[in-house]
Ligand binder design. Sequence first.
Ligand code: COA
Length: 357
Amino acid sequence: MSAGGLEGVVVADTRLSDVDGEQGRLIVAGYEIEALTGIATFEDVCSLLWDGKLPGAADCERLRAALGAARVRAFARIGSLGDALEATDGMDALRGCIAQLPSGEEDPVSLTAAVGVFAAAWGRQHAGRALVAPDASAGHAADVLRMIRGDAAPAACASGLEAYLVTVVDHGMNASTFTARVVASTGSDAVSAVTAAIGALKGPLHGGAPGPVLDMLDAIGVPERASEWLSERLAAGQRIMGMGHRIYRVRDPRALVLEKAVERLESAGIHSGRLALARAVEHAAEGVLKARHPDRPLHANVEFYTAVLLDTVGVPRELFSSMFAASRVVGWCAHVAEQRATGRLIRPGARYVGPRP
Ligand code: COA
């Protein structure tokens, strides 16, 4: 097999998260992801990853205030970002905006706040609507949702986005995290590491899948069409978005966490309109993939129910990848710090297969 995918290669010791692909378990800094999503706020998981423990009430309040103040600073910077927000793709915009932060704004709080603010600002601008200023006193998840939607969303929607942001905060040595660590390993700054990580996350094989998942659900429309539609795509050599994973050989545990978050929203009277369809399409996709790849277990990954959840809370699909970044930036920052503290320059080798003189 080609060495290109680095499967099974260990590149770092980390205290941040552990992915067990055979059992379908994800541990984030000592907590099962299922337990964390039930109890933790976004600020809690920031503390967990940056300081190694869940915060007490006073520390949580301090972090909430620091993130609020940093959102205000980031929003004030928007006027000086030139045409970065004009990009037609949200991740291009985010990459361009974050790249312009001075290295003095490279602490985790500033970077995390900035990703949420710039993502929301691009969403508003792209929709031709007025930007919404942050509310420094609000929790980060609720405020990001308010800046996106332009209204104070129902509390259940803010909780839904919070559940998402908590669930995807870190995930082992995924491509964007590895990218951030490679940049940090050279001694470069965290703004550069996060900018590079955004570029890696943008790709459809990593964080670019949930928008296409929603497109797929819309195109299929009714459960009865799922198998035929999916089979046609496979026959045309296309991949089914939201299915398959490099590490998991069973269903991604985050799929269940996010599916339950959608159920909670439905119980609170906020209907997705797509949950039954998504379940039917997942089931059909498992069937057609099993028939095509009997030896390769291919199940739903995190992106499948991300699409349904984010749509239900009122995030437009153009912002799905940016919301992924708004969470994963927390993990990137933690990995940058860990790499600086414990790592060496990452510089693997390559097997030369070209001609020799
Ligand atoms: N749809 C159709 N076929 C898929 C597939 C999918 N979603 N995922 C994997 N496969 C097939 C591949 O075509 C390949 O078949 P082949 O051996 O006949 O060429 C086989 O399964 C193994 O795939 P491979 O590309 O080696 O696996 P990987 O570990 O590199 O890929 C992903 C992991 C996530 C990139 C892959 O499953 C994928 O592209 N999924 C869709 C995109 C997505 O949802 N991304 C978000 C990930 S969280």
